[in-house]
Design a protein around this ligand. Structure first.
Ligand code: CP
Ligand code: NVA
Length: 316
């Protein structure tokens, strides 16, 4: 069955774990998957800037034997007022799936509602599930090769933003404990936290990053200013509020001695994390960035109902 990939919470643990496993298989033997999506076309729509999402999806589509159609919303009729519903209806007649980086989550949901093909969330103001699937794959590589995450604890520090939301959903599904240390004014969405708690997530909200870092296996942060976000206060006041949540070497020392550091990138050294950490030995950011490619290939195959286990043509 064709399926959208809008949020991690939409999927059960078994399916998500299988996608991670498939991503690992794609990484280990990319040549086995060269024609898995042969003959398909996938639209990649961008309403916001992107480096990693754009390139990893475009290259991933090619590596699966399909053709990407990269679209900047500003040069589409969408940018001149055509509705998202009509865009979905038209594209459904041409391509086999759509990945969109959308300004608003509502637009993503509207697109998925009117599309007759799978829609994949490449980041909205609310969530970034493909990123966090890559992050979980990276966490598995370093700390949970058997994909049992129950013994792990993760600290998110900084803004309780879209990436944090997907981490919360991932915690409920993959079973690691997650503490989010944020300023009171930047807490994650209450509804997302409540749902995750209801579903058994071990989520804690904290206001002291230093205390919360004690013994954790992973510290993760993100930019202090997400694309399209408008702070309630001016930039310097906003940065002052976030300064106690910066990832420093002292914060890393609070964590387990073999703890790792992640950041979805782009990173702003000296703001949310110091250069010493982001470029230091505990940082796994380049593996994390690479894993976008592999896990997204697995997500595309899953959405188009062509799992890794289903042999649909031979590689070369
Ligand atoms: N992490 C991430 O999504 O990066 P881009 O904004 O470059 O796509
Ligand atoms: N939270 C960031 C993530 C960028 C990949 C943003 O939305 O801009």
């Amino acid at each position: 069955m064709m399926q959208a990939f809008l949020d991690i919470a939409d999927y059960d643990t078994a399916t998500l774990t299988q996608i991670i496993r498939d991503g690992m298989a794609m990484k280990a033997n990319p040549d086995d998957h060269l024609s898995r999506l042969a003959g398909k076309s996938i639209a990649l729509i961008f309403e916001k800037p992107s480096t990693r999402t754009r390139v990893s999806f475009e290259v991933g589509v090619y590596q699966l034997g399909a053709s990407p159609v990269v679209l900047d919303s500003k040069s589409m009729q969408l940018g001149r007022g055509e509705t998202i519903a009509d865009t979905a209806r038209a594209l459904s007649r041409y391509v086999d799936a759509i990945m969109i980086r959308a300004n608003s989550h509502a637009a993503l949901v509207e697109l998925a509602k009117h599309a007759e093909i799978p829609v994949i969330n490449g980041l909205t103001d609310r969530s970034h599930p493909c990123q966090v699937m890559a992050d979980v794959m990276t966490l598995a590589e370093y700390k949970a090769p058997d994909l049992d995450f129950s013994h792990l604890s993760v600290l998110w520090t900084g803004d309780g933003n879209n990436v944090a939301h997907s981490w919360i959903e991932a915690s409920a599904r993959f079973g690691f404990a997650l503490t989010l240390a944020t300023p009171a004014s930047m807490r994650p969405d209450e509804g997302i936290v409540t749902n995750a708690l209801k579903e058994g997530g071990r989520i804690t909200l904290a206001d002291d990053a230093f205390a919360a870092a004690k013994g954790v296996d992973l510290i993760v942060t993100d930019t202090w200013a997400s694309m399209g976000s408008t702070a309630d206060v001016d930039k310097s006041a906003h940065d002052d509020i976030l300064t106690p949540f910066r990832v420093t070497s002292a914060l890393m020392k609070q964590a387990a001695s073999d703890a790792i550091f992640m950041h979805c990138l782009p990173v702003y050294r000296g703001n949310e994390v110091v250069a010493e950490v982001v470029d230091g030995p505990q940082s796994v950011i380049w593996d994390e960035a690479e894993n976008r490619l592999h896990v997204q290939k697995a997500i595309m195959c899953h959405c188009m109902d062509i799992g890794v286990g289903q042999d649909r043509g031979v590689s070369r």
